[in-house]
Design a protein around this ligand. Sequence first.
Ligand code: HEC
Length: 187
Amino acid sequence: MRRRAVVAGVVLASTLSIGVARAEMEDRGYATTSPALDAEEAERVRRRIADEVAREAERAHERARRDAEAERLAAEARAARPLGVRLVEDRCTACHGLERIEATRYGRLGWHFTVVRMRLVNGARLDDGEAWAVAEHLHDVHRASLSWQILEWVALLAVVATPVAILRLSHRRRAARTTVGAPDPEA
Ligand code: HEC
């Protein structure tokens, strides 16, 4: 009698709990077996994905616009700098970095000579006006000490004076030889 009552109680309890669980699942929308509801949910998900894709496209567009704006501002800033700075960056960095130039100090002569050397020996591409502007600019911003500048002029003087001196010397020797070898007008 007691046993029967216990079995009946267990059966009742399990039936009740299954009923409650099922009701909960339906509440939470788990147990949807209706095709209309499925289609609605799928449509909602599809719309959410489409929205997200559209928002991402919008963000990418905004990023591109901001990048273009930054590029434009940078180009404007570049164009606003002095001609010499721009020329050095455009014409003098094909073979070595700017640091090579920035680490160097010359006087006016030295810079003109260096730019001429870069053009004639190394093949830098600048027209005459640009070469002049570059050398003058570098003389302004990377100038050597006064003693070095004097040394440059002394070196130039030596380079010009030596052949002149050699020419004059050989000319005088030749003149002396012709005088010695000439017939004596008194004889
Ligand atoms: C076509 C390649 C090329 C270009 C362009 C070029 N250089 Fe050079 N530059 C070299 C080479 C190669 C050397 C190392 C050998 C030498 O000194 O000639 C050098 C070395 C130098 C040096 C260090 C040697 C020194 O004389 O003090 C300076 C400074 C220099 N270059 C400045 C310039 C400047 C200014 C420009 C722009 C007008 C320029 N370069 C453009 C190839 C180039």
